[in-house]
Design a protein around this ligand. Structure first.
Ligand code: DP6
Length: 326
């Protein structure tokens, strides 16, 4: 790392207990806590170089200039980090995903986790992982979890300073695999930031949030005890609750496509037949099928025969975000 420049890598994560809705939108303080698994199979690399000659921040994603909306979001994040070291230098930011960007995989988590690590290092700020997680949250709520590897819990936090994530268990604690089944590549009609703002318009959101501590306990215990049946039950419940809120928001958000429902039904059926598998669906049509590593290849065959056109991405449990040579 040279002075004023740094690069970091991080993985996206899949939420077992999902964050949907903010108590405070500007700070992204979540309405409820969340639990996720960091995804080894996908990687984002972000480099940041501060340059006193620049008159504005620059952002490229996968080698192309980013939209003005994305650039402004990154710039606002850098403003907070510049405030910490009382600097006003703008930066060149380059972010690269090794996975397809426009397929509805949550790239904001790995984007803001890697951006936070790289920008804080380039600004010569020495921060512990908890602080990095808190800062990443301000950029994207789910990014606070991608700072860590393994199985990770994000807290609601009373205020900015205690809104961060912490690991529950290391990556090698449990050999789980996420098969991400990509059936639809169209950009999502409503992104998660807008979705979070709509959550409170659903009459079901209050009940979903009130019950979240119970689901978090069930999920944390299932992970610690490596109890797949218990995990499957709470993960599917939590995904269905979030989509119930989405469907009853005003305007209503329906992210599912016919293939989404077909997969949800098939996964339940395969579990009844004895496979250790469950589904979870984020703010998009693609289904994440979680399973035991030892059954992952058998499950791949099932998925391929059900949806031969679908693209499958396999991911085990990933490690934490970290700095790399710039
Ligand atoms: C459905 O973290 O993408 O994936 O804070 O606006 O960037 P922003 O939202 P984001 O929301 C994640 C929503 C989710 C559930 C989850 O990952 O917890």
């Amino acid at each position: 790392m040279t002075h004023g420049a740094a690069a970091a890598v991080s993985h996206p994560n899949i939420a077992f207990i999902k964050y949907w809705g903010n108590r405070q939108d500007a700070l992204r303080l979540p309405a409820n806590g969340s639990i996720s698994m960091t995804l080894r199979g996908l990687l984002t690399r972000t480099s940041v170089r501060f340059d006193p000659q620049l008159r504005a921040d620059q952002l490229t994603v996968n080698g192309l200039p980013a939209s003005e909306q994305a650039r402004l979001r990154v710039s606002a994040h850098l403003d907070y980090i510049r405030g910490l070291n009382r600097s006003s230098e703008h930066a060149v930011v380059e972010s690269q995903n090794d996975f397809p960007s426009a397929v509805g995989l949550a790239s904001s988590a790995s984007a803001f986790a890697s951006l936070t690590l790289a920008a804080c290092a380039a600004a010569a700020l020495e921060l512990d992982p908890r602080d990095l997680s808190r800062i990443a949250r301000r950029g994207s709520g789910s990014a606070c979890r991608s700072v860590f590897g393994g199985f990770v819990e994000a807290y609601t936090g009373e205020a900015d300073l205690d809104g961060y994530a912490q690991p529950i268990a290391a990556p090698d604690h449990w050999d789980l695999v996420d098969w991400i089944v990509i059936t639809n590549q169209a950009p999502k009609p409503v992104g998660s930031s807008e979705g979070h703002r709509l959550a409170a318009t659903s009459p079901l959101q209050t009940a979903r949030v009130a019950d979240a501590p119970r689901r978090l306990d069930l999920c944390r215990q299932a992970i610690l005890q490596r109890d797949f049946a218990a995990l499957a039950s709470v993960v599917e419940l939590d995904s269905n609750l979030m989509h119930a809120v989405m469907l009853t928001s005003q305007p209503a958000l329906l992210y599912w496509q016919p293939e989404t429902v077909e997969l949800m039904r098939s996964v339940s059926h395969w579990r009844d037949q004895g496979l250790s598998i469950c589904y979870t669906v984020d703010a998009g049509p693609n289904v994440h099928c979680l399973c035991l590593g030892e059954q992952a290849e058998q499950i791949r065959l099932q998925l391929e025969s059900l949806l031969p056109e679908a693209r499958l991405i396999r991911s085990g449990v990933g490690g934490p975000a970290h700095l790399v040579t710039a």
